[in-house]
Design a protein around this ligand. Structure first.
Ligand code: ATR
Length: 276
């Protein structure tokens, strides 16, 4: 039984909103690959059996989205260091021996986006300020630490969550009070919003950039709208900004590369396709 069509997809609940099918579909077409990439809805109680079924059906692998990222990590046979550090999996590989490997490429996507769109940005240049302490924040912190940020100032509305992350990541992460987030921009060379504030339908993130160094880079993981009020305010102050869409695009690269055997490019055409 030989299946010449390479198959992958994204598993979530709900999953209809996922941009991944458009993204991978664009690359499959562009590189003329005989493959498919589908949205696969699986509720929590059917998740584990559903995943094992996909492996048996010959899928090369899948992306995992809300709410399954932690469950997927727990059921894997092998886990990359970065996925273990983040505590969640977003990319799955079904190996030919029947084992399941997982990775987390969110932090990788975050960093690649900044390197691509802010070529002079240097994570080592000074402390970073990270706003938010949810799942996305874990990936951003892990990636910034790995990229060499000397320290990370972490502010979250619920301080306890920030303290738990600081404990997890160690001494280079220090908690600052949510109400002092604007002051904590003093000396911060990388400033990141990982909260859901500023997303369409959500309240704005109320900070000001007066204390930020002139050479600071400001980025947001929210990409609907593309220019969040947070990014607009930073740009008004003359600071360099990078929007969050590139993180989504870049996090998809490692999975595509292994499932379909081609290293895909993140370019303007892909951005346009995903925004359309
Ligand atoms: P994700 O996995 O996308 O990071 P999450 O785990 O739900 O999602 O985290 C959402 C983040 O946005 C958290 O940092 C949350 O702060 P709390 O830990 O205090 O909940 C932050 N957030 C959401 N709504 C917020 C609001 N109205 N004000 C301040 N922070 C908010």
């Amino acid at each position: 039984m030989t299946d010449t069509i390479l198959r992958a997809g994204v598993v979530g609940w709900p999953v209809e909103h996922s941009k991944s099918p458009v993204l991978h579909g664009y690359w499959l077409k562009r590189y003329n690959i005989a493959g498919t990439y589908q949205a696969i809805p699986l509720p929590q109680d059917k998740f584990e059996t559903g995943i094992r079924k996909l492996a048996k059906q010959g899928y090369r692998g899948v992306n995992i989205t809300i709410p399954h990222k932690e469950t997927m990590l727990a059921m894997a046979d092998s886990v990359t260091d970065r996925a273990a550090m983040i505590g969640a999996a977003n990319t799955v590989f079904f190996h030919s021996d029947g084992s399941i490997g997982v990775d987390n490429t969110d932090g990788y996507g975050f960093i690649r986006n900044l390197y691509q769109n802010a070529p002079v940005w240097d994570p080592k240049a000074g402390p970073a300020l990270v706003l938010g302490a949810g799942g996305a924040s874990r990936a951003v912190i892990a990636a910034l630490l790995e990229a060499g940020a000397p320290t990370i100032r972490l502010a979250n509305r619920t301080r306890l969550r920030a303290e738990m992350l600081a404990e997890h990541f160690g001494a280079r992460v220090e908690v600052v009070d949510w109400n002092r987030a604007s002051d904590a921009m003093d000396g911060a060379m990388t400033i990141v919003n990982t909260t859901s504030l500023g997303m369409q339908g959500q309240p704005d993130l109320h900070v000001h950039f007066a204390a930020a160094p002139k050479a600071a880079l400001v980025t947001d993981i929210v990409y609907t709208p593309l220019v969040t009020p947070f990014l607009a305010k930073a740009a008004e102050q003359g600071l360099e900004t990078v929007d969050g869409l590139g993180m989504l695009l870049h996090q998809a690269v490692p999975g595509f590369e292994i499932w379909f055997g081609t290293t895909p490019e993140v370019d303007e055409g892909l951005r346009k396709a995903v925004l359309a």
